[in-house]
Design a protein around this ligand. Structure first.
Ligand SMILES: [Zn+2]
Length: 394
């Protein structure tokens, strides 16, 4: 057996940073053997300038929207953004396929090894077949009313089966967002995804909370535009999260995405629910998309103070300029300078792998795992700089 040995300024192992006297040893396929002191490593150690890290996990993407780069103006707010996506997402199949392939390659090259990917179509299946990235496919259901709900749901089961038949078996049917899912639709999703990983866009705009509190606000514009009868919708008198979270009681892991307008009371409610249902809740932040759409970021410190499981996502090219987790970390550190790089790296590696249920292989330098090895360069006082970049060395 041939071994490969790596050292750098620091080794981030998925949770902690280890000093420069450590050497990471893998077998020839990049499967982790051990981390030892340099004195015990023997010869043939490759030395790098920068930090070594396990590969990144992008917990929220819409690969199938990769052709929408620069199609939607930034700063419109979520409701106008959604209306524009629905109106403009149709392109020639060949253009869509080409953009999907390019985005998959881009993510791989900048260090992403696994992706939680939202799917409204089967467009990404060919690219996923040949991709070096591992995908968890979230088949996204949308169903506003309780009428004909089982017929509507059939469509999502069919799409789900498309992925399963193609042996893309890391998949589950998930709700798009609370405001696009009726109570009957929530029930079908909850049953279909029992014991699986479920993702939902959560509290991306204040209008979502307003809708649930008082049945007023910007979302009525969306419903009107889509010709949706809002008679079914009952205001709950509280914010969005406590109004719907009980309807996702059967998922193993719950991935709440965005959380831009989430409060302490919402976090408390989520903790209670997850305990009662023996679930794990993960809070996924996509800061560049938040700035693109709403020009507002979640209260990151609130989630840290509450010991929340935090993960990161890029969202899609319809609301971002890159699919690069280091760009997301850089944005967070710019707006929240107290954030240590190693804390965000744990979100992007160890936590992300746990959220997608793939920690047997990904997310940390532990014996037997094959998480990929990244070199991250250009730090100042352990903080990221504009020139920092992640490249793959294994
Ligand atoms: Zn999204």
């Amino acid at each position: 057996m041939r071994y490969r040995k790596f050292k750098a300024d620091f080794i981030f192992d998925g949770k902690n940073i280890l000093g420069e006297d450590k050497v990471l040893i893998t077998n020839e396929n990049g499967v982790i053997e051990t981390i030892v002191n340099e004195a015990e490593a023997g010869d043939g150690v490759q030395a790098f300038k920068g930090w070594l890290s396990p590969g990144f996990i992008n917990c929220h993407c819409h690969l199938e929207l990769s052709h929408m780069n620069n199609v939607i103006e930034s700063g419109t707010g979520l409701v106008d953004f959604l209306i524009t996506v629905v109106g403009k997402r149709g392109f020639e199949k060949a253009i869509i396929a080409e953009a999907i392939k390019a985005a998959d390659t881009e993510m791989y090259e900048n260090g992403i090894v696994a992706v939680g990917d939202i799917c409204n179509t089967a467009d990404t299946i060919p690219a996923k077949h040949v991709s070096k990235i591992r995908y968890y496919n979230f088949i996204e259901a949308i169903g506003f009313t309780n009428n004909n709900i089982s017929i509507v749901f059939e469509r999502f089961i069919k799409l789900y089966n498309n992925f399963i038949i193609e042996e893309l078996t890391d998949a589950s049917i998930v709700p798009h967002a609370p405001y696009t899912i009726s109570s009957a639709m929530f029930e079908l999703i909850n049953n279909a995804s029992a014991g699986k990983i479920v993702s939902i866009h959560n509290q991306e705009t204040e209008a979502e909370n307003e809708l649930y509190r008082t049945k007023t606000g910007d979302f009525f514009k969306l419903y009107q535009q889509l010709n949706i009868n809002t008679g079914f919708f009952q205001p709950y008198g509280k914010s969005s999260l406590p109004s719907y979270l009980t309807l996702l009681s059967k998922a193993k892991n719950l991935l709440l995405v965005h959380n831009t307008f989430t409060t302490q009371a919402d976090i408390d409610f989520a903790f209670q629910q997850s305990k009662a249902n023996q679930q794990q809740v993960f809070w996924c932040f996509c800061p560049n998309a938040n700035l693109y759409i709403e020009n507002q970021l979640p209260d990151i410190k609130l989630f840290i103070d509450n010991d929340c499981n935090i993960v990161l996502g890029t969202d899609s090219y319809s609301s971002n300029y890159s699919l690069n987790l280091l760009d997301e970390m850089r944005t967070l550190q710019t707006h929240f300078p107290f954030l240590e790089t190693e804390r965000m790296l744990q979100w992007a590696t160890y936590n992300g792998a746990a959220a997608l249920g793939i920690q047997d292989r990904y997310g940390s330098f532990e014996k037997g795992k094959q998480p990929g090895i990244l070199l991250i360069t250009n730090f100042r006082d352990k903080k990221l700089m504009q020139t920092s970049a992640a490249t793959r060395i294994v």
